[in-house]
Design a protein around this ligand. Structure first.
Ligand SMILES: [Ca+2]
Ligand SMILES: [Ca+2]
Length: 386
């Protein structure tokens, strides 16, 4: 009896620890062939060994990479991000300058090298979480090992509420200039933006940086691009992003409890056909020619949605019926009765069933000569051509 009970408990435990699969906005476990097409690479950025190399270990480099599709953070601009990065330097000189996680309005820009971290000077509204390995006193850097939040393309730190300095990071076991791989979580719950970092994939309970800010008001509901920047200056380092997981909701990434899948893009396709001369109205626009037309819409949850119309135009068909009658008789053609000689035209939608009836009537009337001119026609039982 004791043996049987033990087995039942084991089965229950297996069910409880099964990982949930969560669709997220950006899934890039690496930057290889399956994921490379989703990234826009700018400046010095390139893909090396299926990793995103923002800069090589050479001087005066600047590079960024952004997910090519915009992301909608409609629910109070909440988001959760997780990424892995590696910073190495082979020489004896100091590390410089660092890398940054960036949210901005453009996908094809990159900022200044050196202390600019590939972020400084980006146009429009943006925020960055920087992982800074070089002390730039002119920017208010506290040391060579700090994490900070930046706004609007500026890497200046107004005060110490914007950064976690080296003593905080070393307290979490993190030295950005140790040549190691790190794992970082950035979560925004609609009020507080928190940054966690570790040398393992287990999300730490305590953030190293917490900053309260109204990002929904700052970005004013705009869709944004997510990506990374990195830079070197007179000193250098290799800045590598190994993986990136980003969701447009507050869903802290937890690999112990969950697995992740790519969320289906919000797109739809409508196939329609019209006769030449007719028109088709799609999302408020009227089309008369064949083509593929895209409309950018806003879906039910306030996010961008792409609707595509694939419109084909059917060419009109024509036929000629030669008929003869004796004087005093009449001839009915497409619903109209004729008694005089002449050429008459009728326009309408070709109806296969009525044409078939007409063809059969002629076959039964041996006294009249009638000819039908049609292109090939697929009858239910055979193909006829005239
Ligand atoms: Ca710096
Ligand atoms: Ca800094």
């Amino acid at each position: 009896m004791q043996r049987q009970l033990t087995i039942i408990l084991f089965v229950c435990c297996v069910v409880l620890v099964r990982a949930a699969s969560i669709p997220i906005a950006i899934l890039s476990p690496d930057f290889g062939a399956s994921y490379r097409p989703y990234w826009s690479l700018n400046g010095a950025s390139t893909i090396v060994n299926d990793k995103l190399q923002l800069t090589d270990d050479v001087t005066n480099q600047s590079g960024t990479a952004f997910w090519t599709g915009t992301v909608c953070n409609s629910n109070g601009f909440k988001f959760s991000a997780f990424f892995s990065f590696t910073i190495t330097h082979s020489g004896s000189g100091s590390y410089a300058d660092g890398l940054a996680f960036i949210i901005q309005q453009y996908a094809n820009s990159w900022g200044a090298s050196g202390g600019g971290l590939g972020y400084e000077g980006l146009p429009g509204k943006s925020i960055a979480i920087e992982y800074d390995t070089y002390k730039n006193s002119e920017y208010g850097d506290p040391d060579i090992n700090h994490i900070a939040i930046d706004f609007g393309g500026s890497v200046k730190h107004p005060d110490n509420t914007y950064y976690a300095k080296s003593s905080v990071l070393t307290g979490a076991g993190v030295n950005l200039t140790a040549g190691k791989t790190f794992y970082s979580w950035i979560d925004y719950d609609g009020s507080k933006l928190q940054v966690r970092i570790s040398t393992t994939t287990t999300r730490p309970a305590t953030p190293v940086l917490s900053y309260t800010y109204d990002l929904a008001s700052y970005f004013d509901g705009a869709n944004v691009y997510y990506g990374f920047g990195g830079a070197t200056g007179a000193s250098m380092e290799k800045n590598i992003i190994n993986s990136a997981y980003i969701n447009n909701d507050y869903t802290p990434i937890d690999f112990l409890s969950n697995t992740y899948t790519q969320k289906t893009p919000s797109v739809s396709t409508t196939n329609a056909s019209i006769c030449r001369g007719d028109s088709y109205t799609f999302n408020g626009t009227t089309y008369t020619t064949a083509g593929t037309y895209a409309a950018q819409l806003t879906n039910a949850v306030g996010c961008d949605s792409t609707a595509t119309l694939q419109l084909t135009v059917r060419e009109p068909s024509s036929s000629t019926t030669n008929a003869s009658i004796c004087r005093g008789e009449s001839y009915s053609f497409n619903g109209t009765t004729y008694t005089a000689a002449g050429t008459y035209q009728a326009h309408g939608t070709f109806d296969k069933r009525s044409w078939l009836r007409q063809y059969r009537n002629v076959a039964l009337n041996g006294q009249r000569t009638e000819q039908f001119y049609y292109q090939c026609f697929n009858l239910p039982w055979r193909k006829l051509c005239f």
